[in-house]
Design a protein around this ligand. Structure first.
Ligand code: GUN
Length: 642
């Protein structure tokens, strides 16, 4: 699986099958081989890249089986794109045991030319006992491991474990490390049918963060447009949807926020393939089969329209804002959203250091956005570390993006206090005024006193018995006018936030030179001994390091801090400025933040290059395809101008 773009756990990715590439996230419409409601090849027009059908149904019908074995699955389905086949597990869950063994059914899928074959896993129901669920996990694992190696189609190994978090974790780890190269999350259909999205959120999170991130993740049965965005936000890449036909049969129309009954609507929405062609009352009067076909078309359009919006949101890095909006579409979705926020610490690990889009502050719930977690922790740690008196700059005394007032700077420089800015009902170190998302945010200015008091009290509690006061109550001490320099403190604090505590001192010694932009007055380059160590980016206020700065950081920080270790084959290219590919990485610091600058070193800890990590530390070791570090400065490359 190759990552094209990411927004936290969500990703636009790509993988290759025997019948071409699939770009994720995507939905595989479920096609019943006995009954093609919409011809599969027509589904491409709606945006479907691949479809899913059931090998068990094909095998049980002698006509279908013979045709599939003779002409192949793609001819049977009249579809030339990737086809995934399921195994009969779901039928055994609904009707009891099936008559084929695991090996037989996989062998059959291979012989008819399926692109993604599925083992006969054990469906673990939400009401299974712990022992039943554990047996399902272990037996499913045994079954994936008994399948002979095969170079053709991909092998799907479902993650089971019912509602037990430790079993879901164990299953995710086992299947992630198994020979399966495609990981569906199974056993969740009953939860989806009951709109139990909260439990589903727990299951998806534990499966996603504990498995091999280099393999595509599929949510079996998860193709309802309501929950799609939240599932993608949690890292699901693929869905299958039978809902487009099921709802159509019941006379129901899907919409991005839910569904409506054909008998109750006034007209079709403009995006519907039925809009302008039929009126709802005309469709209502049609024969059942004809009505099902038309409503299925509408439903497929709704699914793929929602999917397109989700992909756009990943691309612009606003998927969190989108699920926040969606959470208001239905109380069950709101519940699911709140449960997602309960998992914010797990999700926070996967957030990029900064986003293309600003942080949106609506009201106090916005502070639970996982992308704020790093800033919150740093702000508390800042006070804990320094343990000195603290002064507060109230929200009405400064504005993000506008230079701080001279009086505030003078007070800062003459009083060696922690100076905290009131920002979105939080308190943050003043030195981070330009760092993402402090400057890059949009606020409703809906101040919530209760939240602010809570945040204020947690800070006040930390500094006790030290003093907390407002800066306006303080004076510049004439004896102590330049006790410290704001610019130097600022670059060091940003570096500590970006690379870890102590990095500021290592990168920017006392006699560093700070160059500011003539037009904006903002810090641009930092020099030491006449050489550039780093450049503060206007976009997000973080640093881009040169190899000179990289070497200062490397020599001052212990292994594996901020390092990506590559083998000899790669080193000779990286030292010249070529990017680092995943497959050449030997080790990586787990604390690396996606999008941050990292030190590319060889096995003897010699610096080769500095570049931007495309994913987080844990993910650096999971992926096998694509660029892991985009090198921007290398030891022996002309592009290193420092
Ligand atoms: N379809 C819906 N749920 C499942 C599942 O858990 N396993 C398989 N193989 N197919 C499914």
């Amino acid at each position: 699986m190759e990552i094209i773009h990411r927004d936290g756990l969500a990703r636009i990715g790509r993988f290759t099958t025997l019948h071409g590439k699939v770009e994720t996230p995507t939905i595989l419409p479920v096609v019943n081989p006995n009954l093609l409601v919409i011809p599969p090849k027509e589904m491409k027009k709606f945006g479907a890249q691949a479809i899913i059908t059931n090998s068990y149904i094909i095998r049980r019908s002698s006509t279908l089986k013979e045709k599939a074995l003779k002409d192949g699955l793609h001819s049977l389905m009249d579809f030339d794109g990737p086809i995934m086949t399921d195994s009969g597990t779901f039928q055994s869950y609904v009707y009891g045991d099936v008559e084929y063994t695991n090996q037989e059914i996989v062998e059959f899928q291979r012989s008819i030319g399926s692109d993604i074959t599925t083992i006969l896993d054990i469906f673990s129901k939400p009401d299974d006992t712990y022992d039943q669920a554990r047996n399902a996990v272990m037996e499913t694992y045994r079954r994936v491991e008994e399948i002979p190696d095969y170079s053709g189609s991909m092998l799907a190994g479902p993650i089971q474990g019912s509602v037990y978090p430790d079993l879901r974790k164990q299953s995710a780890e086992l299947m992630g490390g198994s020979r399966a190269d495609y990981l569906p999350i199974g056993g969740v259909v009953p939860l989806l049918e009951n709109y139990n999205y909260e439990t589903l959120v727990d299951i998806i999170v534990s499966a996603r963060i504990n498995t091999n991130l280099g393999k595509p993740i599929h949510l079996f049965g998860g193709g309802h447009p309501m929950f799609l965005a939240m599932a993608v936000y949690l890292g699901v890449d693929l869905f299958d949807s039978a809902s487009y036909v099921k709802y159509a049969r019941d006379g129901r129309l899907l919409y991005p926020e839910g569904s409506r009954d054909i008998t109750k609507i006034r007209d079709f929405p403009y995006w519907s393939p039925l809009f302008g062609k039929y009126s709802p009352s005309e469709v209502k009067r049609l024969e059942k089969d004809e009505k099902t076909v038309l409503l299925s078309r509408h439903n497929l359009a709704a699914l793929f329209m929602e999917l397109e919006e989700i992909k756009e949101r990943i691309h612009e890095e606003t998927l969190f804002n989108y699920i926040q909006e969606k959470s208001r579409a239905h109380p069950y979705l709101y519940r699911a959203f709140m449960r997602i926020l309960d998992h914010r610490e797990n999700i926070a690990y996967f957030q990029d250091i900064s986003k293309k889009s600003p942080f949106f502050y609506y009201e106090s719930t916005s502070l639970l956005d996982p992308s704020l977690s790093r800033l919150m922790k740093f702000s508390i740690g800042y006070i804990e570390r320094n343990r000195r008196d603290t002064a507060i700059v109230p929200a009405d005394s400064w504005r993000p993006g506008v230079p701080l007032k001279k009086e505030i700077l003078a007070l800062y420089e003459s009083n060696p206090l922690n100076v905290m800015l009131e920002w979105c009902d939080m308190l943050i170190p003043m030195e981070l005024e330009e760092t993402y998302p402090v400057e890059q945010h949009l606020t409703s200015s809906h101040s919530d006193e209760k939240t602010f008091i809570e945040n204020y009290n947690s800070i006040a509690f930390l500094v006790k018995p030290h003093l907390v006061r407002y800066l306006k109550d303080m004076v510049v001490d004439p004896e102590n006018k330049a006790a410290r320099n704001f610019d130097l403190e600022k670059i060091r604090t940003v570096a500590d936030f970006q690379f870890g505590i102590g990095s500021g001192l290592a990168l920017f010694p006392e006699d560093s030179t700070i160059i500011k932009s003539r037009s904006t007055g903002r810090i641009r380059n930092i020099l030491y001994n006449g050489k550039i160590t780093g450049t503060m980016r206007t976009m997000d206020g973080f640093f881009t390091l040169t190899t000179y700065g990289g070497e200062m950081l490397r020599s001052a920080t212990l292994y594996p801090g901020n390092r990506v270790v590559v083998g000899r084959d790669s080193a000779e290219y990286n030292i010249k400025g070529f990017n680092v590919f995943f497959k050449f990485i030997l080790e990586a610091d787990e604390n690396i933040v996606a999008g941050n600058d990292v030190l590319v070193v060889d096995q003897d800890d010699r610096l080769l290059a500095v570049g931007k990590a495309t994913v987080s530390g844990k993910e650096l070791l999971s992926y096998k395809e694509g660029v892991a570090v985009k090198v921007h400065h290398a030891i022996s490359a002309h592009l290193d101008s420092s």
